[in-house]
Design a protein around this ligand. Sequence first.
Ligand SMILES: Nc1ncnc2c1ncn2[C@@H]1O[C@H](COP(=O)(O)OP(=O)(O)O)[C@@H](O)[C@H]1O
Ligand SMILES: Cc1ncc(C[n+]2csc(CCOP(=O)(O)OP(=O)(O)O)c2C)c(N)n1
Ligand SMILES: [Mg+2]
Ligand SMILES: [Mg+2]
Ligand SMILES: [Mg+2]
Length: 324
Amino acid sequence: MDEFQFIDSIKQKYYKQPSVIKGIGDDAAILRHTDEDTIVAMDTMVDEIHFSKKTTEPFHIGYRVLAANISDIAAMGGKPTSYLVSIAIPESSTLEQLHEIYEGMRALADCFQMDLIGGDTVSSNVLTITVTVIGTVKKDRVRYRSDAKIGDVIFVTGTLGDAACGLDVLLNERENLNKYTYMIERHRMPMPRVTFANACQTISRLSLNDISDGISSEANEIANASKVCLNINYEAIPKHHLLQEFSKEKVEQWVLSGGEDFELVGTVAKSNWDQLVTIAEQTNTKVTKIGTVEEDPTGNGVVLLSKENQTTVLNKSGYTHLRG
Ligand SMILES: Nc1ncnc2c1ncn2[C@@H]1O[C@H](COP(=O)(O)OP(=O)(O)O)[C@@H](O)[C@H]1O
Ligand SMILES: Cc1ncc(C[n+]2csc(CCOP(=O)(O)OP(=O)(O)O)c2C)c(N)n1
Ligand SMILES: [Mg+2]
Ligand SMILES: [Mg+2]
Ligand SMILES: [Mg+2]
């Protein structure tokens, strides 16, 4: 199969979204959105950085890369509608593996009625997949990191540290993997929090960020953008009971800096907290209060972590690709 036959083989037979005027097959795609703002985000995954043979089947590679992208749309409060895929393929990849990658993306895309509308295919030494995701949002319901205000409740969805635990279990080839199935699933097939984020439309102001690098990073991103202090209580951060068998140090590292849970961290006015809890119940989403937004006297933004009755500054300690 050559490049052009490959593109033909991954092309959808029809498009679900009325916004797709032109999808795959010309020099570019054409979209038409009338009433809403368009959200555009991009994330790349690279072999041996974001996945490896030890951790992921081709299906999961596709699923995860799209999930990471959709998660950014959720974090802006939007609805994902379409995506483009750039794939750099090494000689060692088989056609079957490539189709499984696309099957993984399609499986998640179908959950949100998303269309594959374009991309690029090249050969390379390292399997690299870049997705551009497109979504829509009502213009007065965009969720900026800069919208946290003093007095807000800080919340997170789901439990934190699960994906990092699953990754650790896979990388260290522990025996009795069945015991860790839930954590492995959380690493391989994270479900971005679109339904919850969209159901929050009745609330006029939220700040939101999705947890890809680790909450220590994303909480700092909100604090810096909003120039406030996020005071977080470590004990209040929800942790899955399966983490109990691991050392306190490991759990702390996974919870604060593990990343890739693709949960949401955000802040909401105290007066809207009950409403948020109701939305969480209606959308089957676990939501937990983990702290309060306070004034930052320096004006730069800071995150404080209270743990065992001690309060320290929580610096960004999540995943980073470049150091120094
Ligand atoms: N190489 C790049 N060129 C241009 N913009 C970039 C690049 N890398 C990241 N960005 C932008 O920087 C911001 C932060 O990116 P990132 O930390 O990857 O966000 P996220 O964790 O939500 O994926 C985003 O607006 C992103 O589009
Ligand atoms: C084989 C393997 N090793 C390590 C990791 C852990 N890891 C790789 S990248 C990353 C952070 C998230 O990726 P990034 O490219 O920073 O995504 P973004 O923040 O842009 O959404 C983590 C936790 C992994 N997923 N797979
Ligand atoms: Mg990114
Ligand atoms: Mg993000
Ligand atoms: Mg990152």
